[in-house]
Design a protein around this ligand. Structure first.
Ligand code: ASP
Length: 404
């Protein structure tokens, strides 16, 4: 992976950054020419995202299995797993609390709408027990066919544990999993080399379509969400890497830059996974921990999505002139934490799960229509927070494990 980032000549991070700036400039220049941009530029971004979606299923499957077996000892997997889950749940709950506090203290800037004539059809109404049952696959192939990441994680954990139990004297099984993991990593690396082109083709339509005008009315809620993203990153991630791993926050964010730039333009945590793994390892996270913590986090740890859901719940409530009570807020904390776990690491997934949060406190789901137009702009920021949280966790858990 290292070479893909430090490619001969210009490093990938610089290429991505240049592509990002060029994409924004081209988007501004082509504002309004939506047909051309969507017809001829966006498809190249879509090809790239399709390739990523194609490879991410085997990548997560083999990478978590390789992570489990590389720890060699079920107790170590348990100890890393418990720390990871605790870190993920606590940071997500803090994230949603920050989102709610911020949005509540700034909600006087949100408009109260005169019309409720909005059209948004929630694609599904998820209830907690159904979500829980849905995590466990009932068919061996279905998780792969449907790219159901939570089911893939469950399958890879079961098989990984089984390998540890039967495979202690049979190195061949371990080698097979590690080789398959290397192969899919290589495939991903090849795809990632295309990322500067993809970044250009993905960011340009966002700017051309939304234009500077749309930002006007929604600028306030976007701003509140972005303040939340920044506050959470600075407070929670800086503190945790400093306190648990003794790593300077400036060094941490600098080292994370390639992954941050990529997440911002692709709005996909799973797509950012390989770059994020490189960044986490270069920041001192152990390889075996990284290959367990990051694929898991790319699917279940979504602090940015949680902040967005908290801010949007308050925003939508105020637009409809509804005041959220304290117990409703607590319900939002709980459902947004679960919703962010169930959110797939692909563009736009958080908005679908927002329906579950709104329903839990009886807010009108049609309210999603208010924020849907600029969802991509929310999404770029929340994905950056999502992946930064995963790497912070890998750095922290590695440091704690090393101290043992
Ligand atoms: N796009 C986000 C991610 O990949 C998920 C979301 O839509 O909130 O992390």
């Amino acid at each position: 992976m290292e070479k893909s980032i430090d490619k001969k000549g210009m490093p990938l991070a610089t290429q991505i950054f240049i592509a990002l700036v060029l994409g924004i400039i081209a988007g501004v220049a082509m504002t309004g020419q939506v047909q051309f941009v969507n017809g001829y530029i966006k498809p190249f971004g879509t090809i790239f995202l399709n390739l990523i979606k194609w490879v991410v299923t085997p990548l997560v499957f083999f990478s978590i299995m390789a992570g489990v077996i590389s720890m060699k000892d079920i107790r170590k997997v348990g100890s890393v797993g418990v720390k990871t889950i605790i870190y993920y749940l606590c940071t997500t709950a803090i994230a949603i609390t920050i989102g709610l506090i911020l949005a509540n203290s700034l909600k006087h800037v949100f408009p109260v709408l005169q019309t409720t004539d909005l059209a948004y059809k929630a694609s599904k109404s998820a209830n907690f027990m159904d979500t829980l049952v849905g995590i466990f696959p009932s068919n061996f192939f279905a998780p792969f066919v449907n790219a159901n990441m939570l089911q893939i994680i469950v399958a890879s954990l079961f098989i990984g544990f089984a390998l540890l139990m039967v495979g202690s004297q049979k190195a061949a099984e371990f080698t097979a999993v590690e080789t398959l993991n290397d192969i899919f990593m290589k495939v991903m690396e090849m795809i990632i080399k295309l990322s500067p082109i993809a970044v250009f083709c993905l960011i340009c339509p966002v700017v051309a379509e939304n234009g500077p005008a749309v930002l006007g009315s929604l600028a306030k809620v976007l701003l509140v969400a972005y303040i939340g993203y920044i506050l959470h990153s600075i407070i929670v991630y800086s503190f945790s890497v400093k306190i648990f791993a003794g790593l300077s926050p400036i060094k941490f964010f600098k080292g994370m830059f390639p992954a941050i730039a990529f997440a911002f333009s692709s709005a996909s945590s799973v797509g950012t996974l390989p770059i994020n793994m490189d960044c986490a390892e270069s920041l001192g996270a152990d390889k075996d921990i990284t290959s367990f913590v990051l694929p898991l986090g790319a699917t279940v740890n979504m602090d940015g999505t949680a902040i967005y859901q908290g801010v949007c719940a308050v925003f939508i409530a105020s637009c409809f002139g509804i005041e959220l009570s304290l117990s409703q807020m607590l319900t939002v904390v709980l459902t947004a934490t679960l919703a962010s776990i169930g959110t797939a690491g692909v563009p736009g997934a958080g908005m679908v799960m927002l329906a579950m949060v709104l329903q839990s406190v009886n807010l009108p789901v049609e309210g999603i229509a208010l924020v849907a137009g600029v969802d991509r702009i929310f999404d770029m920021g929340r994905t950056v927070v999502n992946i930064t949280g995963d790497s912070a966790c890998a750095v922290v858990v590695s440091a704690i494990e090393r101290k043992k």
